[in-house]
Design a protein. Sequence first.
Lengths: 532, 327, 331
Amino acid sequence: MTIIDGAGTGAGAGRGPAAGPAAGPARELVVTGLEKAYGRNQVLRGVDLTARFGTVHALLGENGAGKSTLIKILGGVTRQDAGTVSLGGRKLPPGGVTAAQRAGVRVVFQELSSIANLSVAENLLYRAEPHRAGVVAGRRLQRRAAELLARFGMDRLDPGRRVADLDLAERQLLEVVKALAAEPRVLVLDEATSALSSADSSWVLDQGRQAAARGCAVLLITHRLGEVRDVADRLTVLRSGTTVLVGRPDEFDDDTMITEMLGRRVERLFPPRTPPGEDVVVAVRGGRVGERLGPLDLEVRAGEIAGLGGLQGQGQREVLRALAGATRWTGGEVTVRGREHHPATPAEAIRAGITYVPEDRQREGLLLTRSVLVNSSLSSLFSLVRRGLLDRRREAQRSRAVAGDTGLPEGRLHAPVSMLSGGNQQKVVLARALYREPTVLLLHDCTRGVDVGTKADIFALVAGLAAKGTGVVFYSSDLSELAHFCDRVYVMAEGRVRGRLDAAGGELSEESILRLALTHRADDTGEEAPAP
Amino acid sequence: MTDLQLPAAPAARPRARRRRPVPWDLVAALAIFLVLAVVDLVLQPALADLGQIGLLLQTGLPLVLVAAAQTMVVLVRGLDLSVGGILAVATVVTASAQGGGPGWIALALAVGIGLGLLNGLLVGPVGMQPFIVTLATWTIFDGIALKIMSTDGGTPPPAAVALATGETAGIPNSVLVVVGLLVAWLLLRRSRFGHRMVAVGTDAERARLNGTPVRAVVVAAFVLSGLLAAFAGVLSSGLTASGSPTIGDRYILTSVAAVVIGGTSLLGGRGGIGLTVLAALSLTLINDIVAAMNADVWVTTAASSGLLLVLVLTRGLVARLSGRRVT
Amino acid sequence: MTGVLAALRGSRTTLGAALFALVLFVVGTVHTAGFASGDNIRQLLVFASFVGFAALGQTLVVLGGGLDLSVPWLISFGGIQLAVLCAGGMNQVLAVVVCVVVGLLVGLVNGIGVTVFGVAPIVMTLGVGGLVQAYLLAVGLLKATGNDVPTIASGVANGALGPIPVVAVVWLVVALVVAVVLARTRFGRSVYATGENDVVAVLSGIDTGRVRMITYAVSGAASAFAGVIISGYIGKAYLEIGQPFLFASIAALVIGGASILGGRGTYFGTVVGAIALTLLNSLLPLFNLDPASLSIAYGLVILVGVRVTTTRGTGRGWGRRARRAEESEAG
Ligand SMILES: Nc1ncnc2c1ncn2[C@@H]1O[C@H](COP(=O)(O)OP(=O)(O)OP(=O)(O)O)[C@@H](O)[C@H]1O
Ligand SMILES: [Mg+2]
C-alpha cells in the first residue's frame, strides 16, 4: 500500500480536546434519515450523521457520493425529501439559507459563493454590513473587513479588491474567512482546501481546529486523507448516499477508508515512473509575459512529466496560459517539437496538439448548461467533422470512452454538467484535454476535488500518455503530487525558474521543493540561483 | 511528511498590491460626453449659459430618467421594455389633472410603482423571462394609456410644468432633478440594498447561497424602475404641457442604448445610474447638435448615428490599444 | 434514449409555444368560420415566414450572445434597394443577389464593430441601422422612384406550388438547413459555446470573434432577403416596411424558448414562436376591439399564454419555479 497523501503538512495546532464536553443532543449536530432525490437520481438514501460541538468531523466519500448535497441541505440551500437536521437539540426548518445562518450554520461552498462584482470587504460582510439607515458605512466596512482578515491571519487579502480579480486560491481563502467571521456554531468546509497550497491548507485546517476549540462543530469535507488524520476527531464515510463507516480516524488505516469510500481497493496513487525520452517537446528560452513572468527557461522532453513548483502564484499559471495560447508571450523563444510556437490564440495551440486544463473549472472550463458530451468534445470538434457535419456517432463513442477513462459515472453523458458533483465536473474538463491524444498536456490542478480512486486512475492515464511520448507540464497546489508524480520539477519564484529538481537524481521530494521555494522567499535578491 | 517548519499562515509573498484599476467606463463615458459638449458649444456658442444649459437639460430629462429606470432592471440582469408604456401612462394620468393639484403627480408616481410591481411579480415570484413579461406589459400599458386618453391632450397640474421647466433659487429645476437623481443613486449604490442588487445581477445562484432574498430584490428593482419611468412621464407631460399615450415607444430602445453606452453590462451586476445619466445626456447632445445642423432629415439621421458610432468605435479602439481586453 | 430526453428537455419551452399556437388556432377556428380555411392558413403561413426570415439571423446572433437591432432597416433596405436597382434596368436576379450581398456586408460591419472594437451589440447595430435608414431616406429623396416592386419579388412572394405558397416552402428548406447547421456542425456548436460562455469557448479553441462575425453577416443577408419578399408580397417598398419586425424577430425566438442572453434556443423554437405570434396577430383583430383594448388584449394573451403553456421555467429565471425545474430535470 503506497497511498501517499499530501497537504496535511502538520496543521499548526495539535489535536483539540477530543474528549470535549459531555455528549448529548444539546451539544451535537444531528442529521437523521436524510433523503434527497434529483429527478430519478436518488442522491441521499437515509443519511445519519452526528457531529459533536467542539470537534472536527470529517465527511468522506467518492465523487458524487452526496457530500455536497448533504451540506447544501444543512445550509438551507436545498430542501430534503425526508429526514431532519437538528442543532443542539433544536430542529432546523428545512430549505432556508437565512434560517440556517441564524441557527449558526456557515458553509464554505465547494463552488464558492463570493460575488465577483463586489469587493473583498463587501463579500466578507455581506448581509452584515455596518450601516446607517440602510446606507453602508464604507470606511467602517473596510476597517471591519481589515480587522477580520487580520484576526484570522489572512491580511494578504486586500479588502478593497474586486473579487473578480482574485485568483481561485484567494477566493477560497476569502470564503473561509467569511464563514469564520460569522462565528458559527457549525462550520462546514466543503473541499475548502482543494485549490490551496500546503501552507494555506494548513492555515485552513488550523482555523478549523481553532473554531472547534471555541466550541464549534466543524464538518470537514476533503479528498486528502492526510488532512483527516491531521485534524479530524471523527469521520463519516458516505457511499451512494448512505453512511457506510463511522468512527475515529485512528481506528482505520487508509486502505480501509478508501475501500469503504470507493467500494474497491486502490493499489497505488502514483504510477511508477518511466524514464522520459531524449527529444525535447517544449523548449522555452528567455520567455516573457509582460512584467509578471520571465525571463524563463524551461524544457519538457517527450514522455516527461515536468512539474512547476514553488509557492503559489509565482508565475506557474502564467506559464501554462502562455503555452496554451491564452496569453501571449511578449518575448523569448518558444519551440514545440523544434518548431517556433507563439500561439496567438488557444485555437492555434490546440491545433498544434497542445491542450490545457485551466485553473477554474466553473469560470474557464465548463459550459455549465451543456451536457458532458458537448463539453468533452468542444475543443476537438474539427476532428469529428465528416462531410461538413459532426459525426455524432463517433462523438458519442469517443466521449463515452474518454468519460470512462477519466472516471465519470456511466450514463450521465447527456446530463448538463451543472448537475454533476464538483469532482465529476473537474473530470469533464480533463476529458476535453484528453479527447485526442495531445502532444503537450498542460495541467493546472487537474485533480482538484477528485476522489482518491479516480485520482489514481487519472495519474495512470496521464502517465500512459507520457509513455507514448506526450510531454506533460504539471502544476498542482498539492506538493506531494509534484514530488511523487513528476520526473522533474522547476521551482519558480517571482516569475522565474529558480531551480530544477530531478527525480532521477534523487533530488526530488516535498522537502526539497519547499526548501528551494522558501530560500527564494527569504533572500529576495532577484539573482538567478544555482540549481541545487 | 516533511519535518520542515512551515510558516503557519501566509506562505506566498503578498503580491505587489495592484493599483486600483482606472474606472475605465467612467472615463470613457465622460470623454464621450465632453467631446459632444465641445462640438455642441462650437456649433452653438450661445449654449455657454446656465439658462441655456437648463433648457437643453429639460428636453433631455425624460430620457435621463427612463434610462435610469432601465438601469435599475438591467443591474439585476433583467430588461424592461415596458418603461415606455409606464411613461405614457404617467403622462396621461398627469395630464388628466385638467388644472388640478399636485396630487395628480403623486397618483402618476403611484401608478408607476404599481405597474413596476406587476412586472416584478411576474419576473420574480412567477419566474418568467423579463423580456417576454415586459414585452407583454409594454403593450398592455400602452393600451391603458390609450384608454385613459385616446389622443394627445389634457392639462397637467401647474406643479408638473413648474417641476419640468421652472427654476428654484436661480437654478433650473432640470439641473436639480439630475443632481438629485445622482445623489439618490450614490446612496442606493452604497446602501445594503444596492449590494443585494449587484449580487443578484452578478450571479443569482450565488446570491441565494448567501441568503439573499433574490426574488424580493428583483421585484424591488422593477418597482424602482416603474417609479423612475413614471417620474419621467410626469416631467415629460410638464414639458409639453399635455399628455401623450403614444410618446413612450421612442424611449424604449434609446433607454437601453443609454444604459449600454454608459457601460452597464446587460449581463447584470456592473455599472450604474451615474454612467447612464452621462450617456443619456450624450444622446441628448447628439440630438441637439444634429438639430443645430438644420439639414435634410437624411443628413441628420446619418449624422446622429454616425456620431454615435464614431464615438463608441473610438472608445473600443482606445480600449484595445491600451491593452484592455474587450469582450 | 437519454439523448432523446435531453433533446426534449431542451425544447420544453418550444413545446409550450407550440401548444400556445395550437390553442390560438383552435380559438380562431371556433370564433371565425373562415379561420381554418385553406386560404387563411396559406396566408398565415406566408406571414409567419416573413417573421421567420426576419428572425433567422436574429436567432443566430442572439444564440451567439449578441442582438441585432439593424434588422428592420435592412428589411426596408432589401425592398427599396431592389426596386431602385430594377428601376435602373438591372437584371432582377442579379439585383436580388446584390441586395443580399450588401445586406451581408452591412452585417459584417456590425460584426466587426462588436468583435474587433468591442462595442456593445445593441449600440453598434442601432447605429448601423441608423446609417442604413439615412441611406434609404437619401435614396428616397434623390430618386423619387416609384417604389414599384419588381416582378421577381412579387412572383416569389405570391407564387404557389400546388396548394402551398412558395415562400413557405423556401422557409421550410431554410429552417431545415439552419436546424442542421446549429445542431450538427462545428459552427453551430461554436455559436452556442460563444453565447453561453465566451471565455470557455476561447480556451476551447473556438474563434469566437469569427463566429460572431458570421452570425451578424448572416443576419444582414437574411434581413435583406426578407425585405425582398416582404416588399414583394405587399407590392410596395417603403421606409417603414421593416419596422414591425424589430420586436417580432426577437419575440419569436424568445417565445420559442431562447434566452436573449445567449447560448440557449433553437431555430425550430423560433419557427414555432413566429407561428404563434402570427396567429396572435391575425386572431385578435377578429374580435373587433378598439385599439386600446386590442393592445391590452395582445399583452394579456402573451402573458397568460406563455405562462400557462410553459410548464417550467427556463432555468434562467429567478423564481423558485425555475430552480425546481432545474432540480427535477436530472437523472
Ligand atoms: N442541481 C443538481 N441537479 C441534479 N443533480 C444533482 C444536482 N446537484 C447534485 N446532483 C447529483 O447528486 C449527486 C451527488 O452530488 P454531490 O455534489 O453531493 O456529490 P459530492 O459527494 O459532493 O461529490 P464531489 O466529491 O465530487 O464534490 C451526483 O450524482 C450529482 O450528479
Ligand atoms: Mg461536492
